[in-house]
Structure formats: structure tokens, C-alpha cells
Design a protein. Structure first.
Length: 165
């Protein structure tokens, strides 16, 4: 970056070019910073979701152990801990299974009740319908006779762009 107070007079064109270059560099730096922040957030999100998936898998594979523990706890609670009776292990495992089914059913009811509360985005749909209705009534305006065509306008714009470089 050049020093604006270096004692030399600069033309308005040079000042505008310098300001434009500095503004462009600033915008590029801001975009690079935003990209870096996004990359970092995506990386954190990927690691977090990977850890959550791994935790869910471990929890899923630990549920049979919970069922076994519950069945043996029922057997022990009913007197099977000392080898003298208690409920048959078949009934203990069936009770453990029934408990898991009841918990799954309750969780399913909670999920269904939450999904029933989900409604379509009514304001967005209404806005889209309104926009579609307005767009159906739009008609192109005829070009006045004195207005140059798009090709002539583009050629003039390109010649101006080339001369300013």
C-alpha cells in the first residue's frame, strides 16, 4: 500500500484506482476469512456428528447387555440369588423384553405427537403463490424506436471497458 502523504500529488484517477485496488483486496481477504471460518465449522461439525454416530452405535450395541442385566436383576429380586428358586429366567427375559417394548412405544408416541405439530410453511407458500400470480400478469414492454439494441449497447460498453484498462 502506498503512503498517501508521500509529498507527491496524485491524480483523481490514481486515487480511485488505488482505492478500488485496496477495496478489492479487502473484499478478497474477507471472503478468504469467511471460507476459513466455514471450513473450520464444517470440520467441527463433521467430528461432532461422527462422535455422535459412534456414541449411538455403542449405545445400540449395549442395549442387549441392559436387557440381560434387567432379566438377571428380576431373577435375583425374586429370590434366585441364593440358588433357591426365584422366577424362571424365561419369565425374567420376557419381562425385560416387555419393559423395552413399553419404553419404545412411549418414545414412539412422543415422536408421533411432535411430528403432528409440524405444519407446512404457510407464509412461504402464500408468498410464492402471490409472486406467481403477479408474474402471470406481466407482459413485456415494446422497445421504443429510438432505443439502441442490446448488441449495440454491449459493443459500446466493451469499447469503454477496453479504453479504461
Amino acid at each position: 500500500m502506498s503512503d498517501p502523504f508521500d509529498g507527491t500529488e496524485r491524480s483523481l484517477g490514481q486515487l480511485v484506482a488505488s482505492a478500488t485496488a485496496e477495496m478489492s483486496a479487502l473484499v478478497h481477504d474477507e471472503i478468504a476469512l469467511a471460507k476459513a471460518e466455514l471450513r473450520q465449522d464444517v470440520k467441527r461439525g463433521a467430528i461432532g456428528s461422527g462422535a455422535a454416530i459412534a456414541a449411538a452405535v455403542v449405545l445400540l450395541f449395549s442395549l442387549p447387555m441392559l436387557s440381560f442385566a434387567l432379566a438377571y436383576a428380576i431373577n435375583t429380586w425374586t429370590g434366585g440369588h441364593n440358588g433357591h428358586g426365584g422366577w424362571n429366567l424365561v419369565w425374567c427375559f420376557l419381562l425385560s423384553f416387555a419393559f423395552n417394548v413399553i419404553v419404545a412405544g412411549l418414545l414412539g408416541l412422543v415422536a408421533v405427537s411432535k411430528f403432528k405439530k409440524v405444519k407446512p410453511p404457510e407464509r412461504s407458500i402464500a408468498s410464492a403463490k402471490q409472486t406467481a400470480a403477479v408474474m402471470q400478469n406481466v407482459k413485456p414492454h415494446p422497445r421504443p424506436a429510438g432505443v439502441p439494441s442490446a448488441e449495440v449497447t454491449m459493443a459500446k460498453a466493451q469499447s469503454v471497458a477496453r479504453s479504461s484498462v
